[in-house]
Design a binder for this molecule. Structure first.
Ligand code: ADP
Ligand code: ADP
Length: 227
């Protein structure tokens, strides 16, 4: 479980990106942060893996304050997916997926097997392993991004607008596949989007943020609609 406990982030120039945010993202569920551009979604996500430090308040991952855990150790348990996959353009798909296993010191053979297994899991043929990101469509790059984030089987996934750059028809298919994969894997997911329809479709819980970084509501999608 991930807990935001009265978290505020004020950037050096005085911008308050996140204002006294308290939310819980339960184990094995998808919690969506939704709201307009600039409402602090990315900032919130990046405080979880300590890419950004909170100004005040605490973020707990499985009961531990992230500030008390070494960043390397923390990130080992957290997969991170961003728009357009965030792939390294000069590395093949295989090498992109193998980055994390490699860092963890797995053997080349084990990393390669894991990469092929992950390609299959995200619905790409093995032959794609040798391609470069530019040789893939946007949707395919996004699948590779998900495969890469899953490589070390982290219990937590942070996903920042992973499907936003994809055309609507492909996006709907990716969302469906993502839900099927999550059904099987049961990760604890924090998913960021500016698209309320996507939030309602994917979220077990939806946190609606306002510009200024304040929480407007937090509820399961059905209750959100009822309000
Ligand atoms: P979102 O992901 O919802 O679009 P962000 O978390 O990226 O929002 O940004 C929240 C607010 O913080 C915005 O007003 C943005 O301009 C501001 N912001 C983001 N990064 C910085 C930074 N490094 N320095 C100052 N302000 C920033
Ligand atoms: P999508 O609808 O999945 O975003 P695109 O319309 O971009 O796909 O591409 C359609 C197909 O063409 C994809 O299945 C992909 O394999 C192939 N493709 C796209 N770009 C390239 C490329 N630069 N090199 C080789 N194959 C490509």
């Amino acid at each position: 479980m991930i807990e935001f406990d009265n978290v505020t982030k004020r950037y050096a120039d005085g911008t308050v990106a996140v204002d006294d945010l308290s939310i819980e993202a339960p184990q094995g569920k998808i919690t969506v942060l939704v709201g307009p551009s600039g409402c602090g979604k990315t900032t919130s996500l990046r405080m979880v893996n300590r890419s950004i430090e909170a100004t005040s308040g605490r973020i707990l991952v499985d009961g531990r304050d992230v500030q008390s855990v070494r960043a390397v150790e923390l990130r080992r348990g957290i997969g991170y997916v961003i728009q357009q996959g965030g792939l390294f353009p000069h590395q093949t798909v295989l090498d992109n997926i193998m980055t994390v296993p490699h860092l963890l010191g797995w053997s080349k053979k084990k990393s390669r097997e894991r990469a092929h297994e992950l390609l299959q899991r995200v619905g790409l043929p093995s032959s794609f392993a040798r391609r470069y990101p530019a040789q893939l469509s946007g949707g395919q790059q996004q699948r590779v991004g998900v495969a890469r984030a899953l490589a070390a089987d982290p219990p937590i996934m942070l996903m920042d607008e992973p499907f936003s750059a994809i055309d609507p028809i492909v996006r709907a298919g990716l969302q469906d596949e993502f839900l099927r994969l999550q059904e099987e894997l049961g990760k604890t997911i924090v998913f960021v989007t500016h698209d309320i329809d996507e939030a309602i479709k994917l979220g077990d819980y939806v946190a609606v943020l306002r510009v200024g970084g304040r929480l407007a509501q937090l509820a399961p999608p059905a209750e959100l609609l009822a309000q």
